[in-house]
Design a protein around this ligand. Structure first.
Ligand code: CAA
Ligand code: FAD
Length: 387
């Protein structure tokens, strides 16, 4: 009997080399200034599009590269190693379009996926609201049927890449008496009359990725823009997160790898007490712990990605909800610890903007908060264990 090796395929390794080369050449040199200027890096977007890495998950049938879930993880990981903000380009394109891939009509898939695959449009995902974050089902945004159109009113909060994305998956209440079963999902376009954006949030990290409110005022859209059937929007939203929490895990891994790599290089050069600080066992043990936590989180993330891919291919995976939450939680907690330790490895220099670990530590924090805080991930995992 022959068993396939438990490892990423050769194609995944080749993809990693390609993304790393692009990230080293075109993304890393821009990361500090994009952070400082708090500007979306359009040049990085164009470079990712030119290499077909901006939305690698879109299936070939819709003009995409047809990368599997592990391929998307590797792209996001390697881009995040250089610049966490830029890694939200492939990550949020996936987050915005998975609801369509999972639940939309063929007509909607044909209408929206090819533009994302070509790089003509980005796609964001609008679930959260000012008063409904962790308790997402408490949303207030309404969609009311009027003839063959829905009219949307409400405010979506914290929307990543709002303003730079052309398209938005928006969850809204169509039946207020039905709770989570009264929520539906829609595609809203930036150019729809009545769509506007709040000012950019002033954030601790991922500063080159705009986060803004999406304000919907009497936005009239054709009924055909509903994703799936009425009342299935919340399930679609959560089923999407089962796939995309894995991509936030990937972002966390990339940030942590960037910080670890920088710290390793630094301690070999920096001399105190007449030798490289890397020669001190106290420093070596910290580095070993950082690398160990990172590799543990990576294996969990790749395992979850394999499950995500099988589920996408139509083989339901009972443990995907648990594993995607576990991967996101483990990788983001690891990233926070590793980036804090990387700053420590650089001493006072690590605390300044002259070295990248300061930015990486700020960027790592968001991975413990978005796509569900790590308290919510623990709640999701416990519910899976206890049900
Ligand atoms: N897949 C499909 N359906 C699911 C599901 C899943 N993983 N989990 C639950 N459901 C279904 C349930 O079966 C239930 O349906 P029925 O009533 O028909 O049985 C329905 O969804 C409601 O489920 P719950 O009763 O469990 O819902 P809840 O309100 O108690 O809690 C929650 C759900 C897990 C707390 C959820 O609200 C949640 O994940 N909150 C966190 C919010 C979040 O992650 N936001 C991310 C925003 S995106 C982002 O941040 C962007 C970025 O990173 C760039
Ligand atoms: P709250 O829900 O108010 O939580 C406050 C605190 O209470 C947290 O510590 C939380 O863990 C804790 N808590 C809440 N409920 C429980 C519980 N049951 N048990 C234990 N602890 C609990 N959303 C989108 O829809 N699309 C996006 O693109 C997007 N991008 C984002 C980008 C950024 C930079 C940020 C900051 C957020 C983004 N979000 C997005 C929203 C994000 O998903 C929410 O911020 C997150 O889900 C938490 O919601 P909240 O901020 O309202 O916190």
């Amino acid at each position: 009997m022959s068993f396939p090796l438990y490892a990423p395929a050769e194609e995944h390794d080749m993809l990693r080399e390609t993304v790393r080369a692009l990230a080293d050449e075109k993304i890393a040199p821009r990361a500090a200034e994009a952070d400082e200027a708090e500007e979306f890096p359009w040049d990085v977007y164009k470079a990712l599009v030119a290499s077909d890495l901006h939305a690698i998950h879109v299936p070939e049938a819709y003009g995409g590269a047809g990368g599997d879930a592990l391929a998307a993880v590797i792209v996001i990981e390697e881009v995040a190693r250089a610049c966490a903000s830029s890694s939200l380009i492939p990550a949020v394109n996936k987050l915005g379009t998975v609801p369509i891939m999972l639940s939309a009509s063929e007509e909607l898939k044909q209408q929206y996926l090819p533009a994302v695959a070509r790089g003509d449009a980005m796609f964001s995902y609008a679930l959260s609201e000012p008063e409904a974050g962790s308790d997402a089902a408490a949303m207030k945004t309404r969609a009311v049927l009027d003839g063959d159109h829905y009219v949307l009113n409400g405010t979506k909060m914290w929307i990543t890449n709002a303003g730079v994305s052309e398209y938005y998956t928006v969850m809204a209440v169509t039946d207020p008496s039905a709770g989570a079963r009264g929520i539906s999902a829609f595609v809203v376009e930036k150019s729809d009359e009545g769509v506007s954006f709040g000012p950019k949030e002033r954030k601790l990290g991922i500063k080159a990725s705009p986060t803004r409110q999406v304000i919907l005022e009497d936005v009239r859209i054709p009924e055909s823009r509903m994703i799936g059937a009425p009342g299935t929007g919340f399930k679609t939203a959560l089923a999407t997160l089962d796939h995309t929490r894995v991509t936030i895990a990937a972002q966390a891994l990339g940030i942590a790898q960037g910080a670890l790599d920088y710290a390793v290089g630094y301690v070999k050069e920096r001399k105190q007490f007449g030798k490289a600080v890397a020669d001190f066992q106290g420093v070596q043990f910290m580095l070993a712990d950082m690398a160990m936590k990172l590799e543990a989180a990576r294996q969990l993330t790749y395992h979850a990605a394999a499950k995500s891919e099988r589920a996408m291919k139509g083989e339901p995976q009972k443990d995907l909800t648990f594993l995607s939450s576990a991967a996101k939680c483990a990788a983001s907690d690891a990233a926070m610890e590793i980036t804090v330790d990387a700053v420590q490895m650089l001493g006072g220099y690590g605390y300044t903007k002259d070295f990248p670990v300061e930015r990486m530590m700020r960027d790592a924090k968001i991975t413990q908060i978005y796509e569900g805080t790590n308290q919510i991930q623990r709640m999701v995992m416990a519910r899976q264990l206890l049900k």
